[in-house]
Structure formats: C-alpha cells, structure tokens
Design a protein around this ligand. Structure first.
Ligand SMILES: Cc1cc2nc3c(=O)[nH]c(=O)nc-3n(C[C@H](O)[C@H](O)[C@H](O)COP(=O)(O)OP(=O)(O)OC[C@H]3O[C@@H](n4cnc5c(N)ncnc54)[C@H](O)[C@@H]3O)c2cc1C
Ligand code: FES
Length: 396
C-alpha cells in the first residue's frame, strides 16, 4: 500500500515498482540465478544508496547568475547531464573549496533535478564565500556532498500555513520552498518576511515579487534595515524599514495562531526573532530555526568562562599533532588550520558530524551545539562550535 503523501514526490512510481518487484519473504530476487547473488544484491543496494544519498559529487558550474552586487547563484549540473539526487526544499549541501567546506542551501526547486542552484552571499573577510564568488566560472568543477539537513517542511507536522522570517542569505531555503509550492501546485499558504540591509541587497527580489503577484497564497514582504541609505536609494524605497519586530510581524502576517514559523539568517537573528515571537505569544515548538554558521562572538554567551582572554592562545593536541590556536577560534577551524580534517557538514552545531571527545582540558561548547545527553556525560562536543579554554587534548 502506498503512503498517501507518496505521489507528491518525484520518482515515487519508480521506487514503488522497484519495491513491488522484490520478494516479500526476505529471499533474494536473484536466488538461484547466480552463485554471487548475495554480492550482487549488496552491490545493487549500495549503488541505489549512492544514487540517492551520495557522499561526494563532482559537479559542473553551468552558469553564474548575478543576484545582487554581493550575491551570485552558481547553477550546478552533473557533467553527464543525469538528474541530481533528490532533496527536500530547505536542505543544504556541503561545498568543498580551498581545503575546507561550507554548507550552502539549495535555492532551486526539488521538482527540477537537472540542476541545483547555490546562492552565495559575500561575507566581508570570509574565506569561502569570497573564494567562490571571485574564482568560480562556468565550466569549473565543484565538489559537494549530497543534500542533507533537517530544516525542511513536513506537511504532517508543520501544516499548510507557514511563515518564514529570513535575514539576508537566509532567504535561500525559503526560495526553494516557494519554488516547490509553485512547481507542484501545493495547497500551502506561505508568508515570507525578508529582512535585507538595503533595497539593493534584496536577493531574488524580482522573482519573489512576480511569484507573489501570480499566486494568491504566496505573500512576500521586504523589510530593509538601513533607512539612511535607502531613502535616497535610486529605486526610491517606500516599503517597511527596520528590524523584524513583533509589531511588524503582526501587521504583515496577521495572527500566528498555530502556524509554523521558520527563521533563517545570521546567528543574531535567532535570539532576536525568538524574543519577538515570544512577545506575540507564539510557542517555541512552532518555531524552526537554522543559523548561517557558528556564533560570531562566542564570548557573548553567558556561560563563556570569565577571566580568559579570547585572543589568548592555548595548545591543542589531536591525531598526533600539537599546535597553538586562539581561544575564540572554533576547534574545527583550528584543526583544519593544522591540517587535520574531521568530517563536517553544517558547521553550526546541528548535524553532529564534527563530534570529538575532549580527553584533557576545558572546552567551551556554544549553546548552538545540539549535543545528546550521553555526549555531555562522556565528554563529547561538536568541534565547529566548541572553543579551547585551556590546553586541550582531543580524540577524533
Ligand atoms: C545550514 C547552512 C546553510 C547555509 N546556506 C547559505 C546560503 O544559502 N548562502 C550563503 O551565502 N550562505 C549560507 N550559509 C553560510 C555559509 O555556510 C558560510 O558560513 C558563509 O558563506 C561564510 O563563509 P566564509 O568562509 O566566507 O566565512 P568564514 O571565513 O567562515 O567566516 C568569516 C567571519 O564571518 C562570520 N560569518 C560567517 N558566516 C556569516 C554570515 N552568513 N553572515 C555574517 N557573518 C558571517 C564568521 O563568524 C567569521 O567571523 C549557510 C550556513 C549554514 C549553516
Ligand atoms: S559540522 Fe555539524 S555539528 Fe559540527
């Protein structure tokens, strides 16, 4: 029997027919046909897993689209033209460049798997965003992970009436969700409040406005922060200005009631948005959040141990190497600086791939780390959001 939601997903008929052709008694479909049947089954299973959940992909940059002065979209395709692995709108891929990796949300629609769009905004002084924007050109090859991440819509839990508060490049997963609604004709009401620094900084502005104009259930409000520049901006901005305050949310999207609210953007957006939503009486369980990276200032967190100079250096030992690093540098970055490369995907504390065990020393784990109870008990931390306070020895 097929799940009622199955027909909404691309390729479900092929998957269904594959399942239907398998024997129901657990025996091999190849039983008796070959002495190597079990090996062939395992190889076929591995190939299927690799197709849908590849660890690494080598993709071609087919196009580079200019979104704003500081933002580019890299359109990626498989070199052989085959479809890319499926993903859920809101998920991201890890991009490998310059000896490290960074997560970037997929901006394109899950309904169009001939390409993935990654939309990258330049972070001043940032290593990889600048590297990608300044060096990637059509015809280049980019290595990525397969799609991953839990920040995606599930109609069973999150309903069909959602609000999305985005800041800057936090609009990227929202764009994918909106494109999916349009491509699949989903019966979902989607309300986007997009905060940008200036009117010129608004990513996807033309497309978002066109989609909102054409689809009555898609609502888009741009809010610009920098009123100083904006009033005199060439396009004469007259829309809402300032931050995404409780009052503005209430005015633009109406009562939140049981709606799921997505929040995505820079680290600082989360505590701010949480306060606004709490002021509106919205329950925490109805809020889903994704931050675009490690905390910008880990020392600002209340449990940062006092009396330690964040710029002071300590000694870290891991995988037989010993090196010096600053207290306010995430352990994952420090390990990479020293040529040690743990697995990592989200680099924001969520996925747990960069987990390491602290054998000796004191480490500050930021609030963003989604640790399991047993991690704390047995001394594990998420190295992307953990900072060495004293000389430290790690097991990884
Ligand atoms: C799940 C996930 C999805 C993401 N999706 C996107 C996306 O679709 N598009 C996109 O442009 N970025 C996205 N990011 C952010 C991206 O992964 C990088 O963090 C960002 O490009 C900066 O990397 P960098 O190497 O240039 O900067 P780094 O060299 O890593 O950092 C330089 C400095 O900038 C700060 N910083 C890092 N990121 C930001 C930021 N976003 N805003 C302000 N300051 C920052 C750091 O704290 C550090 O102090 C996503 C992040 C996550 C966790
Ligand atoms: S890389 Fe995901 S938790 Fe650190």
């Amino acid at each position: 029997m097929s799940h009622p939601l199955a027909p909404r997903y691309d390729g479900h008929e092929a998957v269904r027919s594959d399942i239907d052709t398998r024997p129901h008694d657990g025996s091999s479909p190849h039983a008796g046909s070959s002495p190597h049947a079990a090996t062939e089954d395992a190889a076929a299973t591995l190939a299927a897993v690799e197709t849908h959940h590849p660890k690494r992909l080598r993709l071609t940059v087919a196009e580079v689209l200019v979104e704003t002065v500081s933002t580019r979209t890299f359109r990626l395709r498989r070199p052989d033209g085959r479809d890319l692995p499926p993903f859920l709108a809101g998920q991201y891929v890890g991009v490998f460049a310059d000896g490290t990796n960074r997560p970037y949300a997929i901006a394109s629609s899950p309904a169009r798997l001939d390409h993935w769009d990654l939309t990258v905004r330049r972070v001043p002084g940032g290593r990889i965003s600048n590297h990608l924007i300044d060096t990637l050109a059509p015809g280049d090859t980019l290595t990525t992970t397969g799609p991953t991440g839990t920040f995606h819509h599930n109609p069973l839990f999150h309903g069909e009436d959602v609000v999305f508060l985005a800041g800057g490049s936090g609009v990227v997963p929202a764009m994918s969700m909106i494109r999916e609604i349009v491509d699949h004709g989903l019966p979902r009401r989607f309300h986007l409040l997009l905060g940008s620094r200036t009117a010129d900084d608004i990513i996807f502005r033309t497309e978002l406005d066109a989609l909102a104009a054409a689809h009555p259930d898609i609502h888009v409000h741009h809010v610009v922060q920098d009123t100083g520049d904006v009033r005199g901006a060439p396009d004469g901005w007259t829309g809402p200005t300032g931050l995404l305050t409780a009052a503005l949310i209430d005015t633009l999207v109406g009562p939140l009631d049981g709606r799921t609210v997505y929040v995505c953007g820079p680290q600082a957006l989360y505590p701010y948005a949480l306060r606004q939503l709490a002021d509106l009486g919205h329950p925490r369980r109805r809020i889903r959040f994704e931050a675009n990276g490690a905390p910008t200032d880990p020392t600002a967190q209340p449990h940062w141990p006092t009396g330690n100079d964040p710029a002071g250096e300590v000694t870290v030992t891991a995988r037989g190497r010993t090196f010096r690093t600053r207290r306010d540098r995430p352990l994952l970055d420090a390990l990479e600086d020293a040529g040690v490369r743990p697995e990592a995907a989200c680099r924001s504390g969520e996925c747990g791939l960069c987990r390491v065990r602290v054998v000796k020393g004191q480490v500050h784990t930021a609030l963003e780390a989604r640790l399991r109870l047993s991690d704390e008990r047995f001394g594990y931390t998420h190295s992307c959001v953990a900072y060495p306070i004293t000389d430290t020895e790690l097991d990884l």
